[in-house]
Write a protein that binds this ligand. Structure first.
Ligand SMILES: Nc1c(C(=O)O)ncn1[C@@H]1O[C@H](COP(=O)(O)O)[C@@H](O)[C@H]1O
Length: 169
């Protein structure tokens, strides 16, 4: 049986600093992934071949990051019926606003789940992929819940510190 994994695709190696946040989250959850530079514009045939092959080998979710005229996520969504998460990368003169619109504004029937511009969006792409995979995986669902609880505790600890500071003013 094919092993489930997430494919993390980037339009360029210049997107890697942004996408490190996605890879870090996938590692936190022990989710298998493949990371690859491939471009709908520059290497359309290779992108098509990879997506078709990855789906056949067990890819459950595609995460696609691109900046500027970001068509990678949309092009991948046109090839596969697996969920596609789009990360607009903050580069170029428009700082990712162009990538946001070209990633999110998909025609009906071919969705791309688009996250925020830049590293915060890249981080959420990892969490969203984990939540998608957790639908059929109870152990992963538990890990996602535990991670949420840890992050809630961190916020509460920050508030406790603030209250302490305020009490001493
Ligand atoms: N938007 C796309 C696509 C695509 O959509 O297929 N391929 C590369 N790119 C983006 O071009 C930007 C500049 O790329 P370079 O740094 O290689 O010049 C990157 O953010 C990349 O994702």
């Amino acid at each position: 049986m094919s092993k489930p994994f997430v494919a993390v695709l980037m339009g360029s190696d210049s997107d890697l600093p942004t996408m490190q946040a996605t890879l870090d989250v996938l590692k936190t959850f022990d989710i298998q992934f493949e990371a690859k530079v491939t471009s709908a514009h520059r290497t359309p045939a290779a992108t098509h071949a990879y997506v078709t092959d990855a789906e056949a080998r067990g890819c459950k979710v595609f995460i696609c990051a691109a900046g500027l005229a970001a068509h990678l996520a949309g092009a991948v969504a046109g090839i596969t019926t697996r969920p596609v998460i789009g990360v607009p990368v903050d580069c170029g003169p428009l700082q990712g606003h162009d990538a946001l619109l070209s990633t999110v504004m998909m025609p009906g029937g071919v969705p791309v789940a688009t996250v925020a511009i830049g590293s915060a969006g890249a981080k959420n792409a990892g969490y969203l992929a984990a939540q998608m995979l957790s639908v059929g995986d109870d152990a992963l669902a538990l890990k996602v819940k535990e991670e949420r609880a840890i992050s809630a505790e961190a916020v509460q600890a920050k508030d406790a510190k603030l209250q302490e500071k305020l009490a001493n003013v």
